[in-house]
Design a protein around this ligand. Sequence first.
Ligand code: HEM
Length: 431
Amino acid sequence: MMPALRRNPTAVFVDAARSFGDVAYLKIGPRRGYLVTHPDDIRHVLQDNARNYHKSPLYDKLRVSLGNGLLTSENAYWLRQRRMAQPAFHRQRIETLASVMTDAAKETAARWATIAARGERIDVADEMMGLTQAIVLRTLLGADLGPFAGELGRAWTLVNEHIGTNFWSLGLTERWPTPKNRRFQRALDVLDRAVFHIIDERRRAGRESNDLLSMLLFARDEETGQVMTDRQLRDEVTTILLAGHETTSLALAWAWYLLSQHPDVQRRLENELDSVLGGRLPTYDDLSSLPYTRMVIEEALRLYPPAWGISRQALGSDEIGGYHLPPGWLVFIIPFVMHRHRAYWEEPESFDPERFTPERSAARPKFVYLPFGAGPRQCIGNQFAMIEAHLVLATLARRYRLALAPGHPVEPWPLITLRPRHGIKMQVEGR
Ligand code: HEM
């Protein structure tokens, strides 16, 4: 199973679910586990009995770059850090950041004007990556990396590809000083330099603002009164920087691709934007009047969930769907599989934002649609990401239509996140 998993992990999980039903036994190298595809069992693992599970050893590979931050830590330490960060993600706080998000999207729109005029092409995956990175830096970390941002983006792509190509293999990461591994190490160093630059700048400025970085810098442990060490800070800032832009950018990139393939949906989206906004930029208050734009994003997240696979390791034994689960076994919960499961979706392969009308969403069983995971370890940036994607798509689709470059191959590439393997080359057309 290992070579197949490494080659095409999403297909392995889709096939296992089709062949074996709600609970599929998997043996991956020395490890054993179940792929779980019944919503009740998913609720059990991610929510009701979440205490019995830690993140699986697959996440150890993420620890190489993210350290022991919110995404990878466990138990009391995780809970303390999550509580510390939570206020930065309250809806009212995000509301105050909406104009920063729209302004960043406006800068992209301005650049696209030149590109459209010259008839040049863009890689929309790169474009969205740069944009969401700028947004997370400005809104949560109060930083602007200037020209260094591009270097950071390239370093992260390299890290992601390096970890991602071996992610599902459960093998040991290579430690030999091969050219490939040395390149990986250099990319990690770039990440570290960027993150310490962000932290040092803020310390030097000595100002206390009310963003997430300040909260992390000034938070004190209730018992010891200690602030975080540099290492702890570095891990949390790296986690927010990376978890906070990569997934959202992919959601947007896939949405642009899907729109280009479905002119009827595109027209409906544009009609909504034209009638609600006229010629204005969207504000936070407009979002509730732009439901179809949101439905397009939700449907893109269904077909191409950026965080396409989640896994856990059992601490104690458990029972799942009538099967015994011994301690140490893994549980795989795969949003990509759930989002295309024939038992829960009509014509699952087709792109149809109408699935996400409030009525139809409410009628769907919970724990089937899981782009942000579920339970206590659900994405802390869920609302942040939805508001950001909503504002960005509204700002850009109001002015531009993107057409896929003729003959450009679009292929989902399941690394840690679900990336387009060859990027997505598109022509920018003004509206
Ligand atoms: C469309 C965009 C996003 C998607 C699809 C996504 C998806 C996810 C998923 C599935 C998890 C749970 C992983 C697991 O259970 O193992 C998660 C956790 C997390 N996400 Fe997101 N995410 C997105 C945006 C964001 C943003 C914008 C931020 C921060 C600004 C963020 C920060 C985090 C953090 C810190 C965690 C760990 C939370 C914890 O365990 O307490 N994410 N994300």
